[in-house]
Design a protein around this ligand. Structure first.
Ligand code: ADP
Ligand code: MG
Length: 225
């Protein structure tokens, strides 16, 4: 499903290239989940952006569902992302002027029409426990609630790949665990690939594969002794 090989990434800066990832390989099959830990600035978000076809690698290959998204033109690439990747950003990125249900429906406003979009949005919002908040604006929700809306939005098109960048970073422990449980439950139902960046070892341990970025390399996480 997801195959990245010998991936490297460097950002151009005024003082020359900043190497971030070096020779990173990872393959995740349908139904697999992985957590990615690593110090701040180690390239976790960069890796997730590349896996989600939001940012091209400097070298190496990214194959998602048998296709190389970066071989596509800009329009086809945008359509591909919309169809194949659900992204939960650390800062939920909900539109403040839209209601909860409108935010969840955003990905259905572009690309292929989704016939049962509203029914699916209501179902997902029920799953994340927000059935009674459909017409609220993001400002009326707590951090955990906003994050649950962002999860429903990421899943509206049932993408085969779900990527979350510190989805529980701003939440207290109880909300963080609830959000993680929800992500895992929906992941098991949909048999998607799920990759989650987190700073919490407790959360990281709940995912099938436990990975760590360190000094530009991705490796299985060393367990604390
Ligand atoms: P993490 O998510 O692990 O904190 P990031 O992937 O955000 O790390 O960043 C890795 C490194 O790349 C950092 O040193 C960061 O400053 C740098 N970086 C991230 N995005 C850019 C960019 N667009 N241009 C230049 N440098 C960047
Ligand atoms: Mg980051």
């Amino acid at each position: 499903m997801l195959e990245i090989s010998n991936l490297s990434k460097a950002y151009p800066t005024p003082r020359g290239e900043l190497p971030v990832l070096r020779d990173v390989s990872l393959s995740l099959q349908r139904g697999e989940s992985a957590s990615i830990m690593g110090p701040s600035g180690s390239g976790k978000s960069t890796l997730l952006y590349i896996i989600g076809a939001l940012e091209p690698p400097s070298s190496g290959r990214v194959i998602i569902g048998g296709d190389d998204p970066f071989a596509l033109g800009p329009k086809a690439l945008a359509a591909f992302r919309n169809r194949a990747v659900g992204f939960v950003f650390q800062d939920h990125l909900l539109l403040p002027q839209c209601t909860v249900v409108e935010n969840v429906l955003l990905p259905t406003l572009v690309g292929e029409p989704l016939a049962d979009g509203r029914a699916r949005a209501l179902d997902l919002l029920g799953r994340v426990g927000l059935s009674d908040r459909l017409d609220h604006r993001p400002a009326e929700l707590s951090g955990g609630e906003k994050q649950r809306v962002a999860i429903a939005r990421a899943l509206i098109r049932q993408p085969p790949i779900v990527l979350c960048d510190e989805p529980t970073g701003n939440l207290d422990r109880e909300s963080a665990e609830a959000v993680a449980s929800l992500l895992l439950e929906l992941h098991r139902e949909q048999k998607s690939v799920l990759a989650v960046v987190t700073h919490s070892p407790t959360l990281a341990d709940r995912f099938g594969r436990r990975l760590e970025l360190n000094e530009q390399r991705l490796a299985p996480r060393r367990m604390a002794s």
